[in-house]
Design a binder for this molecule. Structure first.
Ligand code: NAD
Length: 297
């Protein structure tokens, strides 16, 4: 059992902290939201009045915050220089690679071990303890973080040095965004060409066009396994979060001069769908409705 400070108990952090409690740890929780804190308390965490109070005496500090600016604020105002230097620092938020590297650098200069450990898997995986963690940082820091991450996930992979977890996450999600759009336009065209869509699914999921966005997460209602498309595109991975990740990917691409025309186009299309057409709250496969309105209600 360890004393863990957990900061950021929203949709994802709430379930993750609850799994650490179930694994027998003493989790001291802090969030700016009263509702998030009350839920964490109901799940067995103890409530802290501030981030600084949560981290006093902690052996591990875990953060699950919205974006880079929140991570920078929390680490620079309440964690670095205030947590015991023996604590392992683990940031699970999805943020830009540059901020992740900067904060890990600052933490290491102050004598801490720290990793970036963003996740793949949504709210259900956070609650069920089946997240995939992609981790960046020194090998020794990874080995210290691994047992805790294993209690919240089904796979924990060391991606490389500081920021490599974030790099892997945005590369993966850039591919996912582009492949979802390609899947949507393909089904829209197949329909217009008169193909039966389940038959086309059966063919293409066994042929060279096969990809996860089609075979496992088909955006067409009633085709393939049950997916958010069968629930009016509710639940799943929100288009607004896909757009956030595509923006991070484009920022990263620019910083290393990578040519990413498909990623750039995916970002443009998700901007149109999430920001201009009000689709941000729907699952990211709902972008099929922008491509062809046959699937709109
Ligand atoms: P969320 O907005 O539900 O939760 C974030 C929490 O952080 C909120 O409760 C907020 O009050 C709290 N917070 C913000 N600033 C704070 C501060 N200074 N001190 C303490 N608490 C603070 O977001 P989420 O859906 O839980 O996502 C968290 C991270 O996980 C994001 O980076 C997101 O991109 C990533 N992610 C989300 C999903 C998903 O499906 N929701 C999947 C994979 C990754």
């Amino acid at each position: 059992m360890a004393h863990i400070a957990f900061i950021g108990l929203g949709n994802m952090g709430g379930g993750m902290a609850a799994n650490l409690v179930k694994a027998g740890h003493a989790v001291r929780a802090f969030d700016l939201s009263e509702a998030a804190l009350a839920k964490a308390e109901a799940n067995g965490c103890s409530r802290a009045g501030s981030a600084a109070e949560a981290i006093g005496g902690a052996e591990a500090v875990i953060t699950m915050l919205p974006a880079g600016k929140h991570v920078r604020d929390v680490y620079e105002s309440s964690v670095i220089g205030q947590a015991p230097t023996s604590a392992i620092l683990i940031d699970c938020s999805t943020i830009d690679v540059a901020t992740a590297r900067e904060e890990i650098g600052k933490a290491e200069s102050a004598g801490y071990q720290m990793v970036d450990a963003p996740v793949s898997g949504g709210i259900a995986a956070a609650e069920g303890g089946t997240l995939t963690f992609m981790v960046g940082g020194e090998a020794a820091a990874f080995e210290r973080a691994r047992p805790l991450l294993e209690q919240m996930g089904k796979a924990v992979i060391h991606a490389g040095g500081a920021g490599a977890g974030q790099a892997a996450k945005i590369c993966n999600n850039m591919l996912l965004g582009a492949s979802m759009i390609a899947t949507c336009e393909t089904f829209a065209m197949a329909q217009k060409l008169g193909l039966d869509l389940q038959t086309f699914y059966d063919i293409s999921s066994k042929a060279s066009g096969q990809c996860w966005s089609m075979t496992t997460y088909c955006p067409v209602p009633g085709v393939g396994p049950t997916t958010p498309a069968d629930r009016d595109y509710e639940g799943g991975f929100a288009s607004a979060l896909m757009l956030k990740d595509l923006r991070l990917a484009m920022e990263a691409a620019q910083s290393v001069d990578a040519y990413t025309p498909m990623g750039a186009h995916a970002e443009e299309l998700y901007t149109r769908f999430a920001d201009h057409l009000g689709g941000g709250g729907k699952d990211f496969s709902a972008i099929i409705r922008m491509i062809d309105d046959s699937w709109s209600r």
